[in-house]
Design a protein around this ligand. Structure first.
Ligand code: PLP
Length: 405
């Protein structure tokens, strides 16, 4: 067997910190995070402070600033471009309501490739006279960057796309979309939750207007905490729908001081921060980002892509056809099997997918069924033993199904 990890102690050490990996093969990061011991310990520090009333809010908020700075480093941008938010929906809705729309303007998106949380925020704008231009996914079910560009016109203000779709899982050509958007003064809004922490994003070089994510997947934090990057090129044109003390420029750190009725927005992405933070989420992200930064974005991406190719090869050798390619720019950490939309969330009408899924569950191979497809997702804690376990279980599962037929 080819070994990709020999001598790679940093990844082995990282893997050893996840209790979940001692009792299962976890191939479901596209569904949700698992917690590293450091992350849990960081949240425990917060809970201990709450239990003992041993810290004040501003002590905790140091962790928000720290998490913001670390996420900014991971994305290669200045910390001021990052707002601490709750989740993807918070970020997409923030942009949707901050854009100075005029009746007849439009937004371009691909509803049949997007998670609903990157569709509903735009549909709601119809009430304000904004046209929602829905482009079909391509024949593979991926975001069709060329078709989206063709759908843009002089009234387009926003083009919205996932960095990788939640199913079937292709990565999107953000550069192509972003360059076209930039040429036409259109904001590219990226739902980045599937790739943040797994694939390298350099937002100072990529033509992305805004990038919304939560920490509940590849960033390995908690639910209900996330980040919104907004490019400095856009910030002055975006006026948030919600306002609270944190969104407004302040002269003092006193949380209850207003400083008069004349106010100005924060000059940067903090204008999108509203009220108290999810502090437990900030403590978690502060610790998980340490781990991700220590491994390095490039090394994580390279490892995940190598494992994904190995998985693709193993699965293809069984006669199964992954829906996402095993190499090239569309390859991702997600591998899906079965026919797209032959079912939904947790169920499939494909005669093979559900029994195979039940077989894998018995073997404790964590995965999900989404849009009727069996879905797996990889991260830096995975190694080749996980790929062998999954491919072996799929092989045995198929044999057992054939024996029953
Ligand atoms: C592509 C994508 N966007 C958004 C979400 C979730 O959105 P939110 O963070 O608002 O709950 C998911 C969750 O599965 C997702 O896969």
């Amino acid at each position: 067997m080819m070994t990709i990890d020999s001598g790679n102690d940093a990844f082995a050490d990282f893997r050893a910190g996840f209790p979940a990996l001692r009792s299962q093969t976890y191939l479901s990061i596209c569904d949700k995070m698992i917690l590293h011991d450091d992350v849990r310990a960081s949240v425990d520090v917060f809970l201990d402070h709450l239990a003992m009333a041993s810290a004040v809010r501003t002590d905790h908020e140091v962790r928000v600033a720290s998490a913001r700075e670390k996420f900014a480093r991971l994305m290669n941008v200045a910390p001021e471009t990052i707002a601490a938010t709750r989740n993807v929906s918070d970020g997409t809705n923030s942009i949707a309501w901050a854009m100075p729309w005029k009746e007849g303007d439009n937004v371009v998106l691909t509803s049949d490739a997007e998670h609903p949380n990157n569709v509903y925020p735009w549909l709601r704008l119809r009430e304000r006279g904004v046209q929602v231009r829905v482009v079909a996914a391509d024949a593979e079910g991926a975001v069709d960057a060329d078709a989206m560009i063709s759908a843009m016109n002089s009234r387009t203000r926003v083009v919205a796309a996932a960095s990788a779709t939640f199913a079937p899982g292709h990565r999107t050509d953000l550069r192509k979309l972003g360059e076209a958007a930039e040429r036409s003064d259109v904001l590219l809004l990226v739902d980045g939750v599937q790739t943040a922490g797994i694939f390298r994003h350099d937002l100072s070089a990529e033509p992305v207007g805004a990038f919304a994510t939560s920490t509940s997947k590849g960033l390995l934090g908690l639910y209900g905490f996330g980040f919104l990057y907004v490019s400095p090129k856009w910030i002055d044109r975006l006026h948030p729908a919600y306002l609270s003390r944190s969104s407004v420029l302040q002269k003092t750190d006193d949380h209850s001081t207003m400083g008069g009725f004349d106010w100005e927005y924060q000059p940067d992405s903090r204008r999108f921060e509203v009220g108290s933070y999810n502090l437990a989420g900030a403590y978690a992200a502060d610790a998980s980002l340490d781990r991700l930064l220590a491994l390095g974005g490039d090394a994580i991406e390279a490892r995940v892509l190598r494992l994904a190719s190995m998985f693709h090869e193993g699965v293809s050798a069984l006669g199964l056809k992954p829906a996402v390619p095993g190499s090239g720019p569309r390859q991702s950490h997600i591998l899906t099997l079965g026919e797209l939309d032959a079912g939904g969330h947790g169920f499939s009408s494909d005669p093979v997918i559900e029994p195979l899924s039940a077989f894998l569950k018995q073997r404790r191979i964590a995965h999900t069924i989404r849009r009727g497809q069996m879905r797996f997702g990889l991260h830096a804690y995975n190694d080749e033993t996980d790929i062998d376990a999954a491919v072996g279980a799929l092989r045995d599962g198929l044999q057992s199904l054939r024996a029953q037929a």
